[in-house]
Design a protein around this ligand. Structure first.
Ligand SMILES: NC(=O)c1ccc[n+]([C@@H]2O[C@H](COP(=O)([O-])OP(=O)(O)OC[C@H]3O[C@@H](n4cnc5c(N)ncnc54)[C@H](OP(=O)(O)O)[C@@H]3O)[C@@H](O)[C@H]2O)c1
Length: 330
């Protein structure tokens, strides 16, 4: 398999959704913006080829084990077999305190660096121009990498503009291939777009059948930002895996609820990063491509939307206060 196709499988799941035109085309940063958008567009087109070929490679992300997340610095490298299996998109974060473990897993895997797509995230305590540059360097060192594929601002708080300017510069030097945000609602995305040169390539936000964010997706598409789903299974909340509606559709296709949810995201052109630590489920989640949901089934799933987060309201002052108080060894 061509390395760039494996790479395509990493960002994955959203053929032909990134628009190259956007509101900043007249600014000095337009060239960089187009570069990002076109790169992602190319990834998506190659991904579309993979689907056409019915290649089963790569959905989702590798996460170091939950145990690793709980034991910073003492991690095993249980992630390595998953990388050697078929995972190619690795989504981690300074705040998960598992970058060292992920770095070891990558180093011990047999997959060449250019066939893996690595995302990590900047935590709020490192917001601001200088702190972001220093935090990024520490992340890169922990990951044992000399460049990063995607760097996200993890939360929409504190000096995100200072952070963004630092990230723009790191992107321009080639140390970060693409820059983006996470947990940004449309007004926060527009704030970044309006006052900076480079539009975020990605917004990683909670998206699952109970929180579908249809209007937000339209906004992101209009502004050339790729939507990426964290918590695609809502971490099992609201009894997602035994939901009668989803189960009925799954049974009709002789599939599982997890596979239906991932296919539903794929058909909405949303990148998904499902997490499982179990090999059987990792394989199950990979096998989500070779069937189609009908328009009627998509419409049925649309009725499950509650319009609310299953986890957190990022506009709740108590949530902001809580996140601001979380400190990590970043
Ligand atoms: N940017 C952010 O602020 C943010 C916030 C939260 C999460 N994330 C990232 O998004 C990733 C995914 O989200 P998430 O882990 O929160 O939630 P998720 O992927 O919706 O759910 C993960 C849960 O689903 C289970 N699961 C996975 N595949 C399954 C299957 N086929 N059948 C039944 N159960 C299955 C997993 O259990 P097992 O592992 O036991 O299989 C785990 O308990 C995370 O790893 C995290 O890194 C980002």
């Amino acid at each position: 398999m061509k390395s760039n196709i494996i790479f395509a499988a990493a960002l994955a799941l959203a053929p032909l959704t990134v628009t190259t035109a956007n509101a900043q085309d007249t600014t000095a940063g337009a060239a960089e913006e187009r570069t990002d958008a076109q790169a992602i567009q190319a990834i998506h087109e190659e991904w579309a080829d993979l689907i056409a070929e019915k290649d089963s490679a790569a959905i989702g992300a590798l996460y170091a084990e939950d145990a690793v997340l709980m034991a910073p610095g003492e991690a095993t490298v249980e992630g390595a077999p998953a990388i050697e299996d078929r995972y190619r998109l690795i989504d981690t974060a300074a705040a998960y305190e598992n970058e060292r473990a992920v770095g070891r897993a990558i180093a011990q895997s047999r997959i060449p660096r250019d066939e893996i797509f690595v995302t990590t995230k900047l935590w709020v305590q490192d917001a601001g121009y200088d702190a972001t540059k220093a935090a990024f360097r520490r992340s890169l060192d922990r990951l044992q990498l000399d460049y990063l594929d995607l760097y996200l601002i993890h939360q929409p708080y504190s000096d995100v503009h200072g952070s963004w300017r630092a990230m723009e510069e790191l992107h321009e030097t080639g140390t970060i291939r693409a820059i983006g945000v996470s947990n940004f609602q449309p007004d926060r995305v527009m704030d970044i777009v309006s006052f900076n040169r480079i539009t975020p390539a990605v917004n990683q936000i909670e998206t699952h059948p109970f929180h579908q964010r249809v209007e937000e997706q339209k906004f992101l598409i209009e502004n050339g930002v790729q939507m990426q789903s964290w918590g695609p299974f809502a971490e099992g909340r609201n009894n997602l895996f035994s939901n009668v509606t989803l189960k009925g559709i799954a049974d009709a296709h002789d599939r599982t609820v997890a596979q239906v949810v991932l296919k539903w995201l794929l058909q909405r052109n949303i990148v998904a990063i499902p997490k499982s630590v179990r090999p059987a489920r990792i394989a199950e989640n990979f096998a989500s491509f070779d069937f189609d949901l009908s328009d009627e089934e998509m419409a049925t799933i649309a009725t499950l939307d509650t319009g609310e987060s299953a986890f957190i309201d990022h506009r709740d002052p108590e949530a902001v206060k809580g996140i601001a108080a979380w400190k990590f060894d970043t």
